[in-house]
Design a protein around this ligand. Structure first.
Ligand code: DOR
Ligand code: ZN
Length: 350
């Protein structure tokens, strides 16, 4: 008997546990793209200047809510950008007052707007200890910045050189390894018994490094951490479709205008907010695991963050391929949408 073909799937409204919304005209342009399908999102703090204090986070949250079009519901879950000068008391206050959900660790120089990040991890010990006490998660950009370490090895090196020592010294700290790209990270998360989870992006489930570099260079696929070889992509898909509660969706949708992507030194970031749910349905369908899409996109994230799953639902429908625009227009200029390289038959019913 052939398996039953599913062409409709209703799931709890998904959340995005890693999202860049930027500010100003860009925020205005990209926010509806996320709010259309997602109920909540963890908002990255790497603005210029970064969102460092509780006061910054509250003001940024207000700007996001002011940019939300009438009739749309969306809850931004704010993060604080960890610096070597971050005050543990301010972090604890932001958490207690419901202003900040998590703290974001960027190793200094690892990626876009990370210059104010952490170089000396001992300097942030008091903050990490406070966070462990109050149960506030640390979202981690897991790449070393040592120029001697090959860019394709930087995530694996970070686990050994930075993350293991931090977690050993502060075992009660709850850590999210963001946008994991390697089998090493998947194994590390699977092998740890508590206080560790990982987000996986849409694009890392779909592209490997050949998509960026073979047959011509494709800047719109360039992001950090950079996509790795195929065996790593396969490991990410296996983790995402497994139902394992420690893996959940964080799109890392990171808009840059085409002008900033297509230059001598182009920015890192893939913008995928608009078609993420279509792409994910396609990936899970191809693996015959549509039944696990809800866990990955809507259940595992809230469970880790101690929040209720959404009471609302969305319905995905399979039909003729959907035509997404090649780019969306923002007040700052066009932003190219992630192209999965295959037709998208699934769309979210409106
Ligand atoms: O590709 C990326 N883009 N990776 C990051 O870590 C930052 C992000 C951005 O802000 O553009
Ligand atoms: Zn990011």
């Amino acid at each position: 008997m052939s398996p039953k073909i599913i062409d409709r799937l209703t799931i709890r409204r998904p959340d995005d546990w890693h999202l860049h919304l930027r500010d100003g005209a860009m925020l205005q342009g990209v926010l509806p793209e996320s709010a259309r399908h997602f109920g909540r999102a963890i908002i990255m703090p790497n603005l210029v200047p970064p969102v460092v204090t509780a006061a910054h986070a509250a003001a940024y949250r207000d700007r996001i809510m002011a940019a939300l079009p009438d009739g749309m519901a969306f809850q931004p879950l704010m993060t604080l950008y960890l610096t070597e000068d971050t005050d543990p008391a301010d972090v604890a206050r932001a958490h207690a007052d419901g202003i900040a959900t998590a703290v974001k660790l960027y190793p200094a120089g690892a990626t876009t707007n990370s210059a104010s990040g952490v170089a000396d991890f001992d300097k942030v010990r008091p903050v990490l200890e406070t966070m462990a006490e109050i149960g506030m998660p640390l979202c981690v950009h897991g790449e070393v910045t040592d120029p001697d370490i090959d860019i394709f090895d930087r995530e694996a090196a970070f686990i050994d050189k930075v993350l293991k020592p931090i977690r050993k010294k502060t075992p009660d700290l709850r850590v999210v390894m963001e946008h994991v790209t390697t089998q090493n990270a998947v194994d590390y998360v699977r092998d740890s018994s508590k206080n560790l989870a990982a987000t996986i992006t849409t694009h890392h489930l779909i592209i490997n490094r050949n998509h960026i570099l073979a047959g011509g260079i494709r800047p719109h696929y360039y992001c950090l951490p950079v996509a790795k070889r195929e065996k790593h992509r396969v490991a990410l898909v296996q983790a995402a479709i497994s139902g394992d509660k420690r893996f959940f969706l964080g799109t890392d949708s990171a808009p840059h205008t085409d002008a900033r992507k297509l230059q001598e030194c182009g920015c890192a970031g893939v913008f995928s907010a608009t078609n993420t749910m279509s792409c994910l349905a396609e990936v899970f369908d191809a693996a015959r695991k549509l039944s696990q899409l809800e866990a990955f996109a809507s259940l595992n994230g809230p469970a880790f963050y101690g929040l209720p799953a959404s009471e609302d639902t969305i319905t995905l429908v399979r039909g003729a391929p959907v035509d997404y625009p090649a780019h969306i227009d923002t007040g700052e200029g066009p932003v190219t949408l992630f192209n999965p390289g295959f037709p998208l038959h699934w769309h979210v019913e409106t």
